[in-house]
Design a protein around this ligand. Structure first.
Ligand SMILES: [Ca+2]
Ligand SMILES: [Ca+2]
Length: 193
């Protein structure tokens, strides 16, 4: 990790990312180049990360969600993401329905990092996700999914939980894996134009 401030991407990080993401060496080098341009000191701050999200979601408000995503990848809590953390974030947030992605989703919902999800945490994240949905699209949502509270209730009911119950990681992953409608509630992917 010693040369994170120098120009080149270290072989160690490159190999690690090739192994752990879907990106090719070519893609990674290109990402790295633009990363270096945007962040000459080799780190992304929370506000820079929020700006990147804002570019991806010009018609809605992804700020709170971006803050949670940032928290879930800034595991050492130093307020920045390095290139490796950043690429892992991109990879996990953009891939399909994999176990790895759901492990990450669990950590996103586990706001206080105590290893279980409460209904309040569900509501907090579901609200952040809801804000990413453009207002026009919000109007087209099914009746039981058109507010953050309804979405949290639906998710909680699916897992057959009472108000003060908690949801464990395996339960969360297994449950979401089995149900596309629930999968839809825990993420937002913009419609392709
Ligand atoms: Ca960090
Ligand atoms: Ca928790």
């Amino acid at each position: 990790m010693g040369n994170s401030k120098s120009g080149a991407l270290s072989k160690e990080i490159l190999e690690d990312l090739k192994l752990n993401t879907k990106y090719s060496e070519d893609e990674l080098c290109k990402w790295y180049e633009s990363f270096q341009k945007q962040c000459p000191d080799g780190r992304i701050s929370r506000s820079e990360f929020e700006k990147i999200y804002a570019n991806f979601f010009p018609n809605s408000d992804p700020k709170v969600y971006a803050r949670h995503v940032f928290r879930s990848f800034d595991t050492n809590d130093d307020g920045t993401l390095d290139f490796r953390e950043y690429i892992i974030a991109l990879h996990l947030t953009s891939t399909g329905k994999t176990n790895l992605k759901l492990e990450w989703a669990f950590s996103l919902f586990d706001v206080d990092r105590n290893g279980e999800i409460s209904k309040n945490e569900v509501l907090e994240i579901v609200t952040a996700i809801f804000k990413m949905i453009p207002p026009e699209e919000q109007k087209t949502l099914p009746d039981d999914e058109n507010t953050p509270q309804k979405r949290a209730d639906k998710l909680w009911a699916y897992f057959k939980k009472g108000e003060n119950d908690k949801l464990a990681e395996k339960e969360f992953i297994d449950g979401v894996m089995k149900n596309d409608a629930i999968m839809r509630l825990i993420q937002y992917e913009p419609k392709k134009k």
